[in-house]
Design a protein around this ligand. Sequence first.
Ligand code: SF4
Length: 593
Amino acid sequence: MSLLQVENLGVRIGDVAPVDGVSFAIDAGETFALLGESGSGKSMTALALMRLLPAGGRIVDGQVSFDGQALSELPESQMRTLRGRGMAMIFQEPQTSLNPVMTVGDQIAEALPAGLSRSEQEREIVRLLEEVGIPDPALRMHSYPFELSGGQKQRVMIAQALAGKPKLLIADEPTTALDVTLQAQILQLIKRLARERGMGLLLITHDLGVARHMADRVGIMYAGQLVESLPVERETGLERAFHPYTRKLMAAVPSLQRAGERLAAIPGRVPPLNQPFAGCRFADRCAQAFEPCAGTAPGWSTLGEGHAVRCHLAPQPQAARRAEAAQALKIPVPSRTPVLTVRDLAVSFTQRTGQLFGKQRIHAVDGISFELNAGETLALVGESGCGKTTAAKAILGLTAVSGGEVVLDGQNVTGLSERRFKPYRRLAQIVFQDPYSSLNPRMRVGDILQEGMAALGVGEPSSRSRDIATLLEKVGLDPDAVARYPHEFSGGQRQRIAIARALAVKPKLLICDEPTSALDVSVQAQILNLLADLQREEGLAMLFITHNLAAVGYLAHRVAVMKGGRIVELGATHDILSRPQQAYTQGLLASVL
Ligand code: SF4
């Protein structure tokens, strides 16, 4: 019998059914990944297993048995013991999951089995911290979370989850908040620990690379249901996937091999789950939908050993694959007109060391140089803290420069005061990572777009409304968006608004700072397609700051790799990604899943 057996699980929160008829099993020592867009029901499934549903949520259907016990029959007191001792969960965001006013040692102690003396607890805490790779564990156990880096916090959360010796570990997007190198380290750690301890692992992710790298089997969820379940092949990964939704998710992942192709973004959105469904839930977004799809829900078909799919097209796999031909879109060849020249740019500042009167000089950007032409995308890559964002701020005149120069459209703008920089401000615009915090929630979209145009004197006041309607259309939004507030839009739509705001002042340089890292893979594909389209149509120079090397391969003409404030390697994208010269770049690429 499997360690975890989930049969026909159904969850309701009010009139919403976020999980509807989900079945899967996980054996001891096996890793099963649940994949899908936000809102597909992955996390709610995990919370239902732990019986930790949000207020108003209840299990309305199905059976969950764990280690031979039916969980629905356990009273809450036994469930509390089971959480931590039987199954434990690692969350996405260690920042909010760890208690900021308790030392990490005390937090791990809470999860240890009862009956240990303090000295036995301390020995176990040190052993656990050592196991998850925390240096100086005897010292670190007395640290508070704010004294640890993001990666160390995530390691502490893993130690806490392991403290009760669980048989099943549930990891809900455990590395989404981390940069690429840390992501690889943490995933390797989880995988190693699961293997060494013979734990079952339920991994929840929207990242196909992570699922492919980590899992033995994958279940793809859509609109509260599993639509496909298949083993991960050693050589080919998920290439045998059949369901149109799975194929679309795969086609939406950017890569160097797809440079020049159009990413297959999935049109539309996951349907609301407060309605009855007659047919296939994916029918509205499915390019292959045919006569029975809208009226009849597809049942399961078996396509091979451990491979089952819920689609009317099965078992005719070749039909599902036919429609995947990517629409060719050549990346525009950049011109040779430099829009931005950065020469020996340096940004440094003084920081306290923690000792009395102790100070040290931090060189956040340490003499970087590059040129960026009209119609060209230069990707600036590197780990968190390498100086990418500081360099962008220096180019935009948003942080003081301590050396070198920035030439924007032929004008040296280095160190200009706010007033003298104003005429050049419209030339360079930025799109930030987080579309949720970068738009003023109290302003309507139309006013957000007007504000920048009016402040920088772009366009005639009488024609701005018309210009804004054109702009919204260009970024794929309805003209009636002008009268709505940012909170009325999804993450991807807000990022479109942010791009429209940047374009409203007709810039020549667009700086995109991790513009897709907060978005699902399908929405990410839509935004990357949009940026490629806009660059082609507007001839923009684009500085693309990211740690997503797959997106770099898709979008950028050249790549500059930053480490410790310096550019350690710069060259054509294909050369850097396929033949990196520097050990640091090789390490970064090796971290990509
Ligand atoms: Fe598409 Fe029909 Fe299959 Fe649903 S059942 S995924 S609509 S082909």
